[in-house]
Ligand binder design. Sequence first.
Ligand code: R5P
Length: 305
Amino acid sequence: MSHLPIGAPVAPAAAPAVVAGTASLPLARRLAEALDAPIVQREVRRFPDGEAYVRILDDLADRDAIIVQSTHPDPELVEMLLLQDAAREARAASVTAVVPYLAYARQDRAFHPGEAVSSRAVALALSAADLVITVDPHKEEVLRHFTCEAAAVTAVPQLAEALARHDVEAVLAPDKGARERAGDAARILGVPFDHLEKTRLGPTEVRIQAKDLDVEGRRVAIVDDLIASGGTMREATRQLLDQGAAAVLAACTHGLFTDGAVPKLLDAGVDRIVCTDTLPAEGCEVISAAPAVAARLREAALHAG
Ligand code: R5P
């Protein structure tokens, strides 16, 4: 598959320029708009053996190259690495890697002897950038694996804004570990908050065991960092509807949506799925993480200035 160069030529003034990776085109465009930055002309294609070819066609001298590319699935990670190298070749003054969805962040330690610490391996490779910015990583601790500057921003305010439009009356975290993110959403919305207890029965199967909040008659939202198979959300939805919830909304930053997750969630009774544009998504309400990333980039530029 080949991709034609996109975007307008880079203007000569010293300002950031956005390099749009093929995994994150809509978000890159929204970010360029938010920053009032041009999109760099570039070429990305694949050789017949599947290897990537990347070329940046603009001279980026005195420019801050902001590369936007999620690193899932694996070929997208390689594209990001090549885009970083191409930005250096194009003489970028600095390279910022915006990784909207940082893959492998869930394997942030060796849970068993001899296991790869996948998030560390990925972080070390991405550290060829001067600055890495990611959105709602599974755990912020993954940032410690980068050898360049690294920061996380959150799209929870944007998710909360969307949930407010759907009259959400309570927020639930799918488990204890997700309390902070869901709690932030609840505080922004000004609604009660609780967490669910989950037992994982297999890679795609979970049982929701208990909760404290009385959901009867309420429109509740479950807020998580990501939905993969949707098993977590599906089981929670069934239980909450059994307990009398008026509606269950499923909200996440990253919609991986494996195994037909979206139709399965809707079949399970989910009223609406809300996610961000860190990954491509269909059948959901998609809001943009661009404002959160743009705010952090402006902050970084202020500090640099
Ligand atoms: C787990 O720790 C994550 O925060 C998500 O809850 C989980 O990965 C979702 O997976 P699935 O959608 O397959 O249940």
